[in-house]
Design a protein around this ligand. Structure first.
Ligand code: GRF
Length: 217
C-alpha cells in the first residue's frame, strides 16, 4: 500500500449509493481514487464528478467480445494503480483479464445472506420463500458469481407484511455500513485472502462476521 493509504477504485453500473457511503467513510487509511462504469449517464458517474473523483466508462458495445472489454476495463483501472477494487452494483461478470491482476484485491457486495440467493431480485425471492432473515454480504470476488469467500454480513429480521421495496431500503442501509467496515479492515492490513480463504486478524473466517441491523442503524 502506498504512503497515503490504500488506493481504492469502485466499479458500478447505476445508482452509486454504495460509492457515496464509501466516499463519505474514507479516512486517512484509504481513499477512492477512481470510479469506473460499463454504462454512460448513470448516477454513479455524476456522483463521482460531484466529489471530484476521476471516473471512466468502458461500454461493452465498443469491444468485440467480453475478453476485450475486460482488458479495456483493466487497463483503465491500472492507470489509477488501485490497491483494492470494489464492485458496487457492477452488473457484468468479470473474466480473467480483470480477476487475475486483482486476485485477492477485489471485493463485491451482494444484497443477500450468501450463500442464500446469489443473482438478481434477491428481495423478491426472499419474500416469496418466506425467509425470516435477510441481509447483505461483502465477499472476495472469484470467477463464480457471488461465491467468493465471505467477509462480513449485515443481517435483519423480515417483518410480516413487508414488501420488496421496504426490504430493499433496509438492506441497503446495512450495505452502507458493512462495505466501509470491510474496506477499513483491508486498508488496516487486518483482512486478506489466502489460499481461497478470507483471513481476518490472522484467523481464517470460517463464517463471515455478522452485524445485526439493530447494531448498525
Ligand atoms: C446494491 O444493492 C448491491 O448490493 C448490488 O447492487 C446494488 C448497488 O447499489 N450488488 P448502488 O449502485 O450502490 O446504489
Amino acid at each position: 500500500m502506498k504512503d497515503r493509504g490504500c488506493r481504492i477504485a469502485v466499479l458500478g453500473s447505476g445508482r452509486g449509493s454504495n460509492f457515496e457511503a464509501l466516499a463519505t467513510a474514507a479516512n486517512a487509511d484509504w481513499r477512492i481514487v477512481a470510479v469506473g462504469s460499463d454504462r454512460r449517464d448513470v448516477p454513479l458517474l455524476a456522483k463521482a464528478t460531484r466529489r471530484g473523483i476521476p471516473s471512466f466508462c468502458r461500454e461493452p458495445a465498443a469491444y468485440p467480445d467480453r475478453e476485450a472489454h475486460d482488458a479495456a476495463l483493466a487497463a483503465a483501472l491500472k492507470a489509477y494503480a488501485p490497491d483494492l477494487v470494489l464492485l458496487a452494483g457492477y452488473l457484468r461478470l468479470l473474466g480473467p483479464a480483470m480477476l487475475e491482476p486483482w486476485a485477492g484485491r477485489l471485493l463485491n457486495i451482494h444484497p443477500s445472506l450468501l450463500p442464500a440467493w446469489p443473482g438478481l431480485h434477491t428481495h423478491e425471492r426472499v419474500l416469496a420463500a418466506g425467509d425470516r432473515e435477510h441481509g447483505a454480504t461483502v465477499h472476495f470476488v472469484t470467477p463464480e458469481l457471488d461465491c467468493g469467500p465471505r467477509i462480513i454480513q449485515g443481517r435483519l429480521t423480515v417483518h410480516p407484511g413487508e414488501n420488496a421495496s421496504i426490504l430493499a431500503a433496509r438492506v441497503l442501509a446495512l450495505e452502507h455500513y458493512i462495505y466501509p467496515t470491510a474496506v477499513g479492515w483491508y486498508a488496516g492490513n487486518r483482512l486478506k485472502l489466502e489460499q481461497d480463504r478470507a483471513i481476518l486478524d490472522g484467523r481464517p473466517l470460517i463464517d463471515p462476521v455478522v452485524i445485526e441491523e439493530t447494531a448498525c442503524v
